[in-house]
Design a protein around this ligand. Sequence first.
Ligand SMILES: C[S@@+](CC[C@H](N)C(=O)[O-])C[C@H]1O[C@@H](n2cnc3c(N)ncnc32)[C@H](O)[C@@H]1O
Length: 206
Amino acid sequence: MPMTQPSVPNHHAHFPGFAGPAGFLAAASMVPGGAGNARLAERLSELAAGDAVADIGCGPGTAARRAARLAAAVVGIDPAPVMLRFARFLTRRSAHPVRYAEGSAEALPLPDSSVTVAWSIASVHHWNDLDAGLQEARRVLKPGGRLVAIERLSRPGAKGLASHGWTPEQATAFADRCLAHGFTDAKVNQHGSGRRTTVSVTATAP
Ligand SMILES: C[S@@+](CC[C@H](N)C(=O)[O-])C[C@H]1O[C@@H](n2cnc3c(N)ncnc32)[C@H](O)[C@@H]1O
């Protein structure tokens, strides 16, 4: 798709990625807090039996495992092998299989029009290239497929871990990029309160 605007730089695209023992600890630390966002993704995508889900930046696979209980097929995608190893370990006894694949938002290892839901939880702020990621999301989603991005709400000027999320302006910028890539019905919403507030962008593939 020809773009008339330059790629939007992402504010944690420079993050070196998760690896080694520190990456393993990071993966483990994401599990306890991940259930709330997984439930939110399920609700916002109106997940139903028969859906095919791509969890982009799946980390330890919390939301992917939840989706697998309901959806027909779930693939968790992450560029960090340590995350995928941990996710596979946590999924090993599940009655509902999840396929995990190494890849990034910018180069999804999925065929065209192969999923009905693509969600990305606490991950978009790490994508190296928002436009490439959105182009890929559009490519793999079937027409009418649902895109859901969820991030922690962060304050403008936040530093360190607190900046790993979206300000309202960044969420709106992402929604605008969704529209620029042909998605429709892009919506920004906030959920929860206090330090647990999250912000979501939902959009529909053309
Ligand atoms: C904060 S973790 C969130 C993991 C998981 N979604 C969760 O909520 O528990 C961010 C994840 O995004 C992944 N990630 C980083 N850059 C990415 C990219 N360009 N495309 C897809 N995932 C990426 C990281 O490896 C990491 O697993």
